[in-house]
Design a protein around this ligand. Structure first.
Ligand code: ADP
Ligand code: NI
Length: 218
C-alpha cells in the first residue's frame, strides 16, 4: 500500500482511538484494533483491496445507531464525514460506507449478505471478535452496560424472524449466545474465518456447558 494511503489510515486510526478509548460496551478502541488486524489478515489471503478493508474496519463502529436513538444512518454518515475530510476518493468512500451500512447481525433468520469481497472480509473479522473468549467477555460487558440479567432459566431464547424483533429484544446475556453468538460460525463468508470460528465456537460451547453445570450446583 502506498505511503499516502498508509498515512490516511494512521491519521484516521488516531481519531477513532480518541473517540472510542473509554467506550464501555465492548465496542471500544481495542475491538477496532482486533477487527482491523483480523480484517487485514483475512483480506490478504482473499486478495482484496486492503485500503478499503482497513478503512471499513477502522470506521465500522464509529457511531453505532444502538447508542444514538436508533438512527441507522449515523454510522455511514459519520464515516463519510471523516473520509471526505481526508480527501479519500468518492468511490472508495461510497464502498466503505456501504460496508458499514450492511455489516450488522440482525437476527437469527435475517440474511445479511455483503455485496463485495471487502465487505465479506470486514464482516467476518467483526463477527470473529464476537465469539470465543473475547466474545464471552464482550457479551458480559454489553449485558452489564444494558443492565441485563446474566441468566434467567425461565426465559427461553428466541430465533428472531425480523430485525425489529431482534433489536427490540431485552433478553439475558446467556440467551444472547443462543440468539446470535453460537450462530455466527455458520455465517462466516470466507474459509479463513470459518477455520478460526470453529475453535472459538467450541470454546463457547465448553463455557456454556460449565456455566450450566455450575448453575445446577456442580
Ligand atoms: P454487530 O457487530 O453485528 O453490529 P453488535 O454491535 O450488536 O453486533 O454486537 C456486538 C457485540 O456486542 C456482540 O457480539 C455481543 O458481544 C455484544 N452484544 C450485542 N447485543 C447483546 C446482547 N443483547 N446481550 C449481550 N451482548 C450483546
Ligand atoms: Ni464491531
Amino acid at each position: 500500500m502506498c505511503m499516502e494511503k498508509q498515512q490516511i489510515i494512521s491519521n484516521i486510526a488516531r481519531e477513532v482511538e480518541q473517540k472510542l478509548s473509554s467506550e464501555g460496551t465492548g465496542h471500544d478502541w481495542w475491538h477496532i484494533v482486533r477487527v482491523q488486524n483480523m480484517a487485514r489478515h483475512i483480506g490478504e489471503r482473499e486478495g482484496t483491496d486492503l485500503f478499503v478493508v482497513e478503512l471499513a474496519a477502522l470506521l465500522h463502529d464509529i457511531a453505532d445507531w444502538k447508542f444514538h436513538d436508533g438512527d441507522e444512518q449515523i454510522g455511514p454518515r459519520t464515516a463519510e464525514e471523516i473520509l471526505s475530510r481526508y480527501k479519500v476518493p468518492k468511490e472508495i468512500c461510497t464502498h466503505v460506507c456501504n460496508i458499514i451500512s450492511h455489516l450488522s447481525f440482525k437476527g437469527a433468520n435475517i440474511a445479511t449478505p455483503m455485496s463485495t469481497r471487502e465487505g465479506a472480509v470486514v464482516q467476518d473479522a467483526d463477527r470473529l471478535d464476537a465469539i470465543g473468549a473475547i466474545g464471552i467477555a464482550r457479551a458480559c460487558a454489553y449485558g452489564g452496560y444494558k443492565h441485563r440479567l446474566i441468566h434467567d432459566p425461565r426465559i427461553t431464547p428466541t430465533l428472531h424472524q425480523t430485525k425489529e424483533a431482534y433489536f427490540a429484544n431485552e433478553n439475558t446475556t446467556i440467551n444472547h449466545f443462543y440468539e446470535k453468538l453460537l450462530l455466527l460460525k455458520d455465517r462466516m463468508n470466507t474459509q479463513t474465518a470459518q477455520t478460526i470460528a470453529q475453535r472459538r465456537h467450541e470454546f463457547m460451547e465448553k463455557f456454556l456447558e460449565e456455566f450450566n453445570k455450575e448453575w445446577d450446583g456442580a
